[in-house]
Every structure is written in C-alpha cells, then in structure tokens.
Ligand binder design. Sequence first.
Ligand code: GLY
Length: 391
Amino acid sequence: MHSSRKGSDVLVIGGGIIGLVTAWRAARRGLRTALADPRPGGGAAQVAAGMLAAVTELHYGEETLLGLNLASAARYPEFEAELTEASGGLDIGYRACGTLAVALDADDRTHLRELHALQRRCGLESEWLTGRECRRLEPMLAPGVRGGLRVDGDHQVDPRRLAAALVAACERAGVLFHQTSAERLTVTGDRAAGAVLDTGEELSADQVVLAAGSHSGRLAGLPPEVVPPVRPVKGQVLRLTVPGAYAPFLTRTVRAVVRGSHVYLVPRENGELVVGATSEELGWDTTVTAGGVYELLRDAHELVPGLTELPLTETRAGLRPASPDNAPLLGPTELPGLHLATGHYRNGVLLTPLTGEVMAELLATGELPEVARAFTPRRFSPAAVREESLV
Ligand code: GLY
C-alpha cells in the first residue's frame, strides 16, 4: 500500500459509532488513521436505545441481513471485553438480558405468530408464551397481554457508553481527531485522495471511509455514481428513570407492535428506562413533537401501565441512516480509494463490532471479508441496478 507523507493512511469521515469503530480497528491494524467530525461520539448513538435485536427485528425478505446481524451479535461479548480494555476500563453497558415481544390484541397476536413462524424457518430460537407466562416473567405487564415471544438471545448495550468507549479507544490507539466537518471529498486523477475540512484545511489520505450516517450522501465532491443512497428516518425516543423503590421494574427488553407502530422498553441496570421509537420520513427534522411523545407514552402505557408513575427525564429525536434495502453499505465504491460504512438503518449499534472488523480488514488488506460481500455499495451502482432491471 502506498503512503502519502503528510496525510494519513486512512481518513474516516464521520465520528458516530460506525466511524469510530472503523477508525479504532484500522489504527489497531497499524494504519495511520485520522477522523473528521465536529462532535466525535455524537450522532444517532446518543438517541438509540441499544437493542441488539437480530431475532425480534427480523423481517420478511431480510434473511441475508439476518446473517450479518447474527454474526455481529455473536461478537458482542468478545468485542465488549476488548473495547473495555482498549478504552482504559470503560463499561459499555452490555447486558445479556433477553427480550420479550408481546401482543395486546388479536391482530398483534397474529403478527407475532407470523414472526415466530419466520424465526423458526430461519432456525432461530424463540419460545411462544401465554399471556400469563409473560406476566410471570415480567409482573409489570398489563393484564391484557395476550401472549408473547421469549427471545433469550436478543440483548442490549448502552449506545452512549459505547460511543464514549470508542472515542477513548481511538485516542489511545493514536487516531488523530479533527473536530470539524469534512466539507468536500478530494479526488485526484481517478481516486479519492482525502478531504477539505470546513476550516479550509486539506487532509490527504490513501483511503477514505465515508461513515457519516444519514448525512453520508451530502458530502460535496462525491462523483454522482458513488453518492450513497441513504436517507434519514427520524426516531423519537424517551428516557425515564426507575426510582429504587420501583426496581426491578422490568428485567428484560419488552416490545410490541401497537396499532402498527413499534414500541419498546429497554431497562438499564442503572435505572434508566428507554422507550422508543417513532419512525418518521421527515427529512432532516429532529424536532421532538407532542404527538410523538404522546404516541410513545400511550403505547408504552398500554403495555406497562405503571410506567406513568416514573419521572420522564429526557426526550430526543435522532436520524437512522436508511438504505433502499434496509441493509448497510460496507466496502469499496466505484471510486478507487473511497469506501463506505453507512446505511445501517435500525441496526447500527448491533452491527458495530462486525463493521469495525470488516472495514479494518478491507483497509489493511484490500479484501472485504466474505461475511460482508453481499453488502457492498456496488449493489446500488448504476451498472448493477441496470443489470438487475434486465433480469
Ligand atoms: N432498532 C430500533 C430502532 O431503530 O428503532
């Protein structure tokens, strides 16, 4: 691999958890790595609940994505240990607590039964429980719960702690932070060569990774054929606190589809209870609305009526980076030297360990590991799309 003297081997644009994990892993592979972001560790991870929900968020037609999600979920225990060590002892709040998905009415129960059948066809572990069995596991559930799916393999992590640990691990691994935005990609000849920051500073790099979440398509200077097809999908999320006298309020993640909307309650060991999330296609809007908060509280209250007693401590909205097929874009683009790590949509926290691993392998060896090959951005290149439409 050739190297430019003044710049770095790798420049990562975007310092959310995906950019950070890529930078950390690249630096650990011995690559001189720089990262540009005005607020490293900010972004969607500051809002996300942190469910590792490969099994409970399974959807029809997403079996390939399931393989990637499961591979990343399986890496979490080792990833946690490694990151805690590399960050100087920061805890990322990984909790192997499992998940209970419940139904409140006949329609919800039909939906869950279908999910259960799909999970079984995919060889996944989940157990059907009656309403009474659900309440035995989680006594705060509403008496009206009609049944549910117990998924012992879907856990949680605290995304804010994860982001803080990744920042610390990057610093300790020698990643050079530029705390400002990358304004424009630099292209020299036929390859990506770095970026110009909004301060005017020019950074050069042998390889550039665009990992700017839902903003990835907005970087100036991207040739049209490599602009990532990502769009923002807004999620409003609430944080409540469980006072000691109420603990344990819930012992695992509890979720449901209520009137077609997903609601989930993620209890942390420190007493935080995260309630999410709306799903809204409103562009770059991150306003917390009365309607969003109302719907989340209304649906969460139907599941767990005692929730209205708890202090409401925070309301936030974030933007999921969604791609046309709901799967991430990982790997090289048609522009030599430019790679993508974006489009993780609902699975950014879940896919963090695997993303770091495959991107670092790509950056160090030029080869994208097999596990990620179905997710190459080239599936959306104009030539691939044309070929697809001819089939
Ligand atoms: N994976 C949870 C969400 O995107 O709301």
